[in-house]
Write a protein that binds this ligand. Structure first.
Ligand code: GLU
Length: 461
């Protein structure tokens, strides 16, 4: 079993493309098959090596590996052209001399009459003499596939039996006047030569498939199994696009999403394990993946859900691993915060993180005295009696053992003796130490901050 992902390097790796790649990868890895890459760079004007690198980096970042060197489509033009000529020699394609002007005129007339333009087959019946005359006159020519009569039926893993009447498909071009093959031809020859057995790609390619099936037949190739994956929609149920915000995998990487979360999230867009599992590492997804459970219905890209998943995957990371990833998002001005300090903070913040860069703003009180205090917090927590109570606590803190356990006992006992509930003391201390109303466990935090810092901040508050 062999599948492939065939991006065109004319743009970034879009989340829709990444989802297609992930489904192919999961299918190959779960079935012990091959996952190949093909760079469809035949549109030389719009393709670039930089984009190819971006796409490959994006795939690697997601944790996708591929078998064999990627196939570069532009290197295979001669092979595609040779197969085009074979189709012509075998009577399945013919030279067409209708110039762009003539065709444009016919297209406009068809559109004015409210119909879609289908090539009318003018050159289908040229005699060998007429062709020779046109060639001798140096008229530009393209090669068109001779669409047979009837219907084209194929089985699709997602859509089941799918059928198109051939009369709705015109004799499409397979070789351009400059001798380059069109996408339709290149994709079929390449999939055949690469031994692709299953073509899993976006629903936007569904209308190309009958043409490709006809080409497979005419070329005498074995037809692969097709599977067209449902589109990904934005929150307004329209096709996901730039309007909805980030759509390239690189943007999500920069924003501090984990590849594990992105992988998990995209794998569940249009597929489900059949139970209510949601947080699934790659290995678990590979184990559970079953291509027959791809959904027909489009799925909505819900970024809130992705955020939530990111938090869940952060909790699954080892502390050291999380620290390494956080460091990649460290703002330059914080390069002085020591790794020892960070190593102590990471386990405390881990439960509270959704995006990696947030760590650096949310945890700032671990390396910076608060510049101000949350106003609502002050109104709610800084009650009469609180400053006196904290002042009374200071001498004890000067002596105390600075471990979470010892601090907890000390503070709770002090609160009890004063007749205030523990909460009435804990919240103001948090406010004094962090300037904020929420933080990790106060006692763990105090132990990490250390005696000197805690005393300084409490005095100042
Ligand atoms: N290169 C095409 C694209 O990026 C994919 C072709 C295919 O999967 O058949 O949309």
């Amino acid at each position: 079993m062999t599948v492939r992902f065939a991006p065109s390097p004319t743009g970034y790796l879009h989340v829709g493309g990444a989802r297609t790649a992930i489904f192919n990868w999961l299918y190959a890895r779960s079935a012990g098959g091959r996952f190949l890459l093909r760079i469809e760079d035949t549109d030389r004007a719009r393709s670039s090596d930089a984009m190819t690198r971006e796409i490959l980096d994006g795939l690697r970042w997601l944790g996708l590996d591929w078998d064999e060197e990627p196939t570069i489509q532009s290197a295979r033009i001669e092979r595609h052209a040779a197969e085009c000529l074979r189709l012509e020699a075998e009577g399945n394609a013919y030279w067409c001399y209708c110039g762009t002007e003539t065709l444009d005129g016919k297209r406009q007339a068809a559109e004015a009459a409210g119909g879609a333009f289908l090539y009318d087959g003018t050159c289908r019946h040229l005699t060998p003499e007429q062709r020779a005359e046109n060639d001798a006159a140096g008229m530009p020519r393209v090669l068109r596939f001779r669409v047979p009569e009837g219907r084209t039926v194929f089985n699709d893993i997602v859509h089941d039996e799918t059928s198109f009447p051939n009369e709705e498909i015109d004799d499409f071009v397979i070789l351009r006047s400059d001798g380059t093959p069109t996408y339709m031809m290149a994709v079929v020859v390449d999939d055949h030569d690469m031994g692709v057995t299953h073509v899993l790609r976006g629903d936007d390619h569904l209308s190309n498939t009958p043409k490709q099936v006809m080409l497979y037949r005419a070329l005498g190739y074995e037809i692969p199994q097709f599977g067209h994956l449902p589109l990904i929609l934005g929150s307004d149920k329209k096709r996901l696009s730039k309007r909805h915000g980030a759509t390239s995998v690189g943007e999500f990487q920069q924003r501090g999403y984990l590849p594990e979360a992105m992988f998990n999230f995209l794998a569940l867009l249009g597929w489900s394990p059949g139970d209510d599992r949601e947080i699934m590492p790659k290995e678990e997804l590979t184990e559970a993946f079953d291509i027959r459970r791809v959904l027909k219905k489009s799925s909505v890209f819900d970024e809130d859900k992705l955020l939530w998943m990111n938090g869940q995957h952060i909790r699954l990371l080892e502390d050291d691993d999380l620290l390494r990833r956080l460091l990649r998002h460290r703002p330059d001005e914080l390069d002085w915060v020591s790794e020892d300090r960070l190593r102590a903070v990471v386990p405390l913040m881990k439960e509270r993180l959704t995006l990696l860069p947030d760590f650096w703003s949310n945890a700032r009180y671990f390396w910076e005295d608060p510049a101000e205090y949350d106003a609502d917090g002050v109104a709610k927590r800084w009650k009469p009696g609180v400053p006196e109570l904290l002042a009374a606590l200071l001498p004890a803190l000067e002596e105390a053992e600075f471990t979470a356990g010892a601090l907890e006992t000390l503070i709770r006992e002090t609160a009890e003796r004063s007749g205030m509930g523990a909460g009435k003391v804990i919240h103001p201390i948090r406010l004094a130490l962090t300037g904020a109303t929420a933080s990790p466990s106060l006692f763990d935090m105090m132990a990490v901050l250390g005696r000197e810092t805690c005393l300084r901040r409490l005095r100042r508050a």
